[in-house]
Design a protein around this ligand. Structure first.
Ligand code: SAH
Length: 225
């Protein structure tokens, strides 16, 4: 998969992709993440990417030209399955959307800033809008990193234990069961006996029961329960 992220603040996207699972995924060539500085596509003297809003009011608006130029250059090089604008009023990110997007070959993620992007970008240049929750961030960079992380970890081979993403919350309409590690007892707080029994079938049954119970309690609206 190739992910192109368009931003006027590329530095904000350096660290999320330079460590741990997202870094390993790139090292293993399972995903290529390319961050583009929209300022390089600006034709103004000071390489600006924003301007005052028509009609007045507080806050700058990201201009269409650098975004259009950047997207055009990328589209000349390959076909993109989705061009996604990160937006608080977009479709809400959930596991099913992450699953869907993880099957795509090439994606563009566009990060807004300030008041957002000129509406004509949304009308003419993008194919989809994604929100990571009903709250407003100062920019789309963190949101794009969240979306990218949720997608990349689903690409086969990215997680070392292949089944690990499948047993995460939401994959089967259930939240994950509790997990424990050593020591088996800490300050008198014990790990459930069954997990120490070595009896795989019983452990699986316990985990499934816990998932069901937790889903009922914490996320009663989720799929299967
Ligand atoms: N004025 C806009 C908010 C702009 S916030 C409004 O009220 O809707 C600046 C940028 O941050 C947006 O363009 C978007 O790219 C990003 N952003 C903010 N909150 C977000 C969220 N919940 N999900 C995804 N992107 C978000």
């Amino acid at each position: 998969m190739r992910l192109d992220i368009l931003t006027c603040l590329p530095k904000l996207l350096e660290s999320p992709f330079s460590d741990s699972i997202l870094k390993r995924a790139q090292d293993k060539k399972l995903v290529e993440v390319v961050v583009h500085d929209l300022r390089s596509y600006s034709t103004t003297k000071h390489r600006t990417t924003d301007d005052y809003a028509f009609g007045g009011g507080a806050g700058m608006v990201m201009t269409i030209e650098p975004i259009d130029r950047c997207i055009s250059v990328l589209k000349e090089q390959r076909t993109y399955h989705e061009i996604i604008y990160m937006s608080p009023d977009g479709e809400l990110l959930n596991q099913s959307l992450a699953n869907q997007l993880s099957l795509k070959e090439n994606l563009i993620l566009l990060c807004g800033h300030y008041k957002g992007v000129d509406e004509r970008v949304r009308e003419h240049l993008i194919t989809r809008e994604v929100s990571i929750g009903d709250y407003v961030l100062s920019g789309g960079e963190l949101a794009a990193a969240v979306l990218a992380d949720s997608i990349i970890r689903l690409i086969p081979g990215v997680l070392s234990d292949e089944t690990s993403a499948l047993t995460d919350s939401f994959q089967d309409g259930l939240v994950a069961p509790p997990v424990y590690t050593r020591p088996a007892e800490y300050k008198g707080w014990k790990v459930p006996e069954v997990l120490l029994s070595g009896h795989e079938a019983k452990i699986n049954e316990w985990r499934h029961d816990q998932s069901l119970e937790r889903t009922k309690k914490r996320r009663p609206g989720l799929g299967m329960v």
